[in-house]
Design a protein around this ligand. Structure first.
Ligand code: ADP
Ligand code: MG
Length: 293
């Protein structure tokens, strides 16, 4: 690779908001035949909203549930946790003191709020804690079927209700996926979220290949499995939990609006929140490599 071509390539990238780390990244990006996207915060806005609260029979039961869940989540950095806190604030509810907090990566959180034991998270977390869910399932069918994220909340050993959230795909997601496919690339989505929700979001943006319920520690392994099948993989992500996968990929692409940890693990950072920069970065590397040869 001639230094001049690489300089031109990285310069052109920077102009459109694509920060490329070193000439080797360009070379590897040129060989990519597979692009793996994280879901939350990468394909979606990453700003989920509470759409519904399923609890008890009346409003006070719903408020009580929201207060306990939001109090615990006030100690969490997860986008779902933030959304739950926001909803409680919007409703003018006063949060309670958190006496103990533990994040359970890929599942949720548990702790003690005002003397009560509170567990907030996905279905798998409730199952792991041995908390029965049957009474709720009938009321959740519609939400599960439409791909909403259900956050279960248990208080003192009983599941008391569910916060139903959803997160809209980014506007640029559909055209980005279309372009990548037109370039002949294979596209995947990877997420810790449940299969139904994952499939729904994937369908909305035009992705057929989905890896769901992947634990944060397993994302890198999934990337390596694709590489072992001979694929050259670009991974696109934003979160702390994406960092190992971004580093394992042939080319790691971080969303600049995401976490610093993701950017540090990556070869390329997108400085604008526009997914069309993904195909552009890959095209740019091909053009640069053609100039070089
Ligand atoms: P993603 O890969 O989509 O970014 P994560 O691996 O962070 O998702 O989390 C996987 C799933 O675990 C979430 O979809 C959610 O159901 C649950 N979860 C994780 N953290 C929390 C939390 N703080 N509050 C509620 N649910 C959570
Ligand atoms: Mg994410």
């Amino acid at each position: 690779a001639t230094p001049t071509a690489v300089m031109v390539g990285t310069g052109l990238g920077a102009e459109s908001g694509i920060l490329i780390r070193g000439g080797e990244s360009l070379e590897r990006a040129h060989q990519v035949d597979t692009v793996v996207f994280d879901k939350t915060g990468t394909l979606t806005e990453g700003k989920p909203k509470v759409r519904e609260i399923v609890a008890g029979e009346n409003e006070s039961a719903r408020d009580e549930l929201l207060i306990l869940a939001a109090s615990l989540e006030s100690a969490s950095e997860h986008p779902l946790g933030r959304a739950i806190v926001r909803r409680a604030e919007e409703a003018g509810l006063v949060l309670k003191s958190v006496e103990r907090f533990e994040a359970v990566a890929g599942f949720g959180a548990r702790g003690v709020v005002a003397g009560r034991s509170v567990v907030v998270g996905n279905r798998r977390l409730m199952e792991e804690e041995g908390l029965p869910l049957d009474s709720l399932d009938g009321r959740l069918e519609e939400f599960i079927a439409s791909g909403k994220t259900c956050v279960y909340t248990a208080v003192d050993g009983m599941v008391r209700g569910v916060l139903v959230l959803s997160d809209a795909p980014k506007e640029s997601a559909v055209s980005c996926i279309q372009r990548l496919k037109a370039m002949g690339l294979e596209v995947w989505m990877i997420t810790g979220d449940n299969e139904r929700t994952a499939r729904t979001v994937a369908g909305e943006v035009g992705i057929e290949r989905v890896l769901s319920e992947v634990l944060p520690g397993e994302k890198a392994e999934k990337v390596r499995e694709l590489q072992e099948k001979g694929r050259k993989v670009a991974m696109v992500g934003d979160g702390i939990n994406d960092a190992p996968a971004l580093a394992a990929a042939d080319v790691g692409i971080a969303i600049g609006a995401g976490t610093d940890v993701a950017m540090e693990a990556s070869d390329i950072t997108l400085m604008r929140d526009d997914l069309m920069l993904v195909p552009r970065a890959i095209r740019l590397s091909s053009l640069t490599m053609k100039v070089i040869r």
